[in-house]
Ligand binder design. Structure first.
Ligand SMILES: Cc1cc2nc3c(=O)[nH]c(=O)nc-3n(C[C@H](O)[C@H](O)[C@H](O)COP(=O)(O)OP(=O)(O)OC[C@H]3O[C@@H](n4cnc5c(N)ncnc54)[C@H](O)[C@@H]3O)c2cc1C
Length: 420
């Protein structure tokens, strides 16, 4: 069987790997000249079942309202005439009830836990070094009241298999000496001991090399333009390098997936949540953390990638515009310098924006759509690095006609949520 995988991010490349393992002849089509450079190349690096809460929660509408009033919230909306945003936003608001938020969180959590296990197995089997740090992640709180509220919120994950310790300020400084520089900034932390961090761009490229050795072909610099459909089958994908054909097709183009899906008559409920990402060279190794984490007040997240520190933050619902300006990084720079002063070369930090492919409910879209030979593996939102191996294993199971390890209903190809 020949399969074309559209998109060379962490989702596309893990899909290619599992399909190649099954004996498929796989071609990966990637618009850019290198793999894993879009969302995969800008994320915070957290492998974080401990952060798998659905964004659509009872607290979200208040935060979005505050953002519409011009307050600098971590999740913000830029008001604009955008039918896609309105449609997506209404679906998102429907998911903000306590019951829906809990159900969506548990679906995401199960996928994250499954995926982390497969990531560990895959990396061990293929000897992939991707700056993996397995020391847990620290979710830091600035006041005792916020820590108490965090502990209460985290109880849902704890009851569902996520191991964690609650640390006071002294214990936080012992967990990683780099946190000591923050002085009295934090009242304490929740240390999710099984969470981890790692560089998903490096992982994607290392895995691609293993895929190549298994015979996978990578067509870089080739842009998919539309599917060619006949009856209930896709007969080809038109690209700027001509028509490409295969038996099966997997759509894994991150935030660009909905555009191609439309040519197969499928609406996908996805909208970009733009984030800002900074990568800086470490100049004082002791002052830079090895334990990744999140400042829960500013929602600034970081991971150590060898001799570099990756820090990212912000979710802006502002369309597909990737522009950024220096001031967009004020939250990251302020928090970073406050927690890790002197750790990195802030002056020469590399900055960029990138986009999370968000579904309104939270779970990604994994499965077959209207055509018998077109599969979807997309919409992984803020957790795609964590969910990649699990999603792609499920994808390969579906293609092979096997029953996947997880219930597929919450991931089904949809234009909006279909009640269970
Ligand atoms: C700021 C930020 C922080 C994040 N932090 C974390 C984190 O800490 N932990 C975590 O688990 N997740 C995190 N994520 C989410 C994670 O990065 C994404 O969910 C994941 O990278 C999505 O992978 P993907 O392969 O679907 O998309 P992408 O990495 O965007 O890959 C899609 C690929 O498709 C290609 N493509 C697009 N259009 C076409 C076309 N027409 N033809 C051919 N190719 C095309 C693109 O060039 C791209 O390479 C974060 C995301 C952001 C933006």
């Amino acid at each position: 069987m020949k399969t074309i995988v559209l998109g060379g991010g962490v989702i596309g490349v893990t899909t290619a790997y599992y399909l190649a393992q099954e004996g498929h002849e796989v071609v990966v089509v990637e618009a850019r000249d290198s793999l894993g450079t879009d969302a995969t190349g800008g994320n915070a690096g957290l492998i974080a079942p401990g952060h798998s809460f659905a964004w659509a929660s009872p607290a979200a509408p208040k935060m979005l309202l505050a953002s519409l009033r011009g307050e600098k919230t971590a999740i913000r909306v830029k008001p604009r005439l955008d039918a896609k945003l309105v449609t997506w936003g209404l679906q998102f608001l429907r998911e903000c009830t306590p019951a829906r938020a809990e159900a969506n969180t548990l679906v995401k959590l199960e996928l994250c836990l499954y995926s982390q296990r497969l990531l560990d197995e895959l990396a061990a089997a293929e000897s992939i070094d991707y700056h993996h740090v397995q020391k847990g992640l620290a979710y830091l709180y600035r006041t005792q009241a916020e820590l108490d509220a965090g502990v209460k919120k985290m109880d849902l994950l704890r009851r569902n298999g996520v191991p964690m310790d609650v640390l006071d300020a002294e214990q936080v400084a012992k967990l990683d000496p780099a946190f000591a520089s923050a002085g009295n900034t934090f009242a304490g932390a929740i240390h999710v001991t099984s969470d981890a961090s790692g560089n998903s761009e490096l992982f994607t490229n290392e895995l691609a090399a293993r895929c190549q050795a298994m015979g996978v072909e990578f067509r870089l610099g080739v842009t998919a333009q539309r599917f060619v459909v006949a009856g209930d089958r896709v007969t080809g994908v038109q690209t700027d390098a001509g028509l490409l054909t295969a038996d099966d097709y997997v759509l894994a183009m991150g935030i660009q997936s909905p555009f191609l899906a439309r040519s197969a008559g499928q609406r996908l409920p996805m909208y970009p949540a733009k984030g800002y990402s900074l990568t800086a060279d470490i100049v004082d190794s002791d002052a830079a953390p090895t334990v990744g984490g999140v400042d829960e007040a500013t929602l600034v997240a970081w991971s150590r990638f060898g001799d570099q520190l990756r820090i990212s933050s912000t979710a802006e619902f502002a369309g597909f515009n990737r522009d950024w300006k220096y001031s967009d990084f004020s939250n990251i720079l302020k928090t970073g310098k406050e927690i890790f002063p002197g750790a990195v070369d802030w002056e020469r930090a590399r900055m960029r924006s990138c986009m999370r492919p968000m579904t309104p409910d939270g779970p990604p879209i994994i499965g077959r759509g209207k055509q018998a030979n077109l599969y979807y593996n997309t919409g992984h939102g803020h957790m795609g690095w964590t969910m990649a191996c699990g999603s792609s294993r499920i994808m390969a199971d579906i293609v092979a006609g096997r029953t996947p390890a997880l219930d597929l209903q919450p991931f089904q190809v949809r234009s909006h949520r279909v009640a269970a």
